[in-house]
Design a protein around this ligand. Structure first.
Ligand SMILES: [Zn+2]
Length: 244
């Protein structure tokens, strides 16, 4: 997804596994249905092609993508998007059940403290149980606020755990500004080669049909991935910031 330089190495799966502990298992926290594909689709597919265990958690229900639809109210849209995410994960070779955390879409960072702390505890318990060596969520300065709160929640949930935290870039390279980009002191930016995982990643992202204008017909202003954005999301690399 991003251009590389001498300081931003391109890594294949074996190298990333060595750098991050991903060979021991991966835990992914996706803010919305589709982030698991855009941000980490190749990572999950590479891991599953090698039999590495992957656990995926979903922070919000994604019900805010088409707020004006009358035919697809929040509950119906949430059910559709959850089914799409399960289909997408099957495309990536993921077989474990999906953990749903059910925070409100576009407002995950504004819930009452009791709900936030309860979600943090559930997340921490799931990470501990997974035994994952690499735990991934979205980059801390992503343009979408749920992506930023996913990072904040995961950072708190992982406190003291013996695993590597990685932040994936989803919208930052597409709609972010220069100031949103990671700096060298914030972590080590690496670009994972998508390579053989690309067909699975493309099929998985396509499984999110509602995000391509194929399901909701009565909200023309609703979210829709256009062809140029789709190409940017399915490029030759996925970008991760590994904690120092
Ligand atoms: Zn998202």
């Amino acid at each position: 997804m991003c251009r590389s330089s001498m300081h931003e190495p391109i890594v294949d799966w074996p190298r990333l596994a060595r750098l991050s502990g991903a060979g021991r298992g991966i835990f992914v926290l996706a803010p919305h249905p589709d982030d698991e594909c855009i941000g980490t689709g190749a990572l999950i597919a590479h891991a599953r092609m090698r039999g590495v265990r992957v656990e995926v958690a979903l922070l919000t229900d994604g019900a805010a993508s088409h707020p004006r639809s009358r035919q697809h109210g929040p509950a119906r849209l949430a059910a559709i998007r959850l089914a799409e995410m399960r289909a997408a994960l099957r495309c990536l070779g993921q077989i474990r059940p999906l953990l749903t955390l059910d925070l409100p879409d576009s407002a995950s960072g504004t819930v009452a403290d009791a709900q936030w702390q309860g979600t943090r505890r559930r997340l921490r318990a799931a990470i501990v149980q997974s035994g994952a060596g690499l735990v991934v969520t979205t980059w801390r300065r992503e343009p979408h606020r749920d992506h930023r709160s996913a990072y904040r929640l995961l950072r708190q949930a992982m406190y003291g755990l013996p695993a590597t935290l990685a932040e994936c870039l989803v919208w930052t390279p597409i709609t972010g500004t220069r100031r949103d980009r990671p700096s060298a002191r914030e972590g080590r930016l690496v670009h994972l080669t998508v390579g053989a995982a690309r067909p699975r990643k493309v099929a998985a992202l396509r499984a999110h049909r509602s995000q391509f204008g194929a399901v909701v017909g009565d909200d023309p202003d609703g979210f829709c991935i256009d062809p140029a954005t789709f190409r940017a999301m399915t490029g030759p690399h996925e970008s991760y910031v590994l904690e120092r």
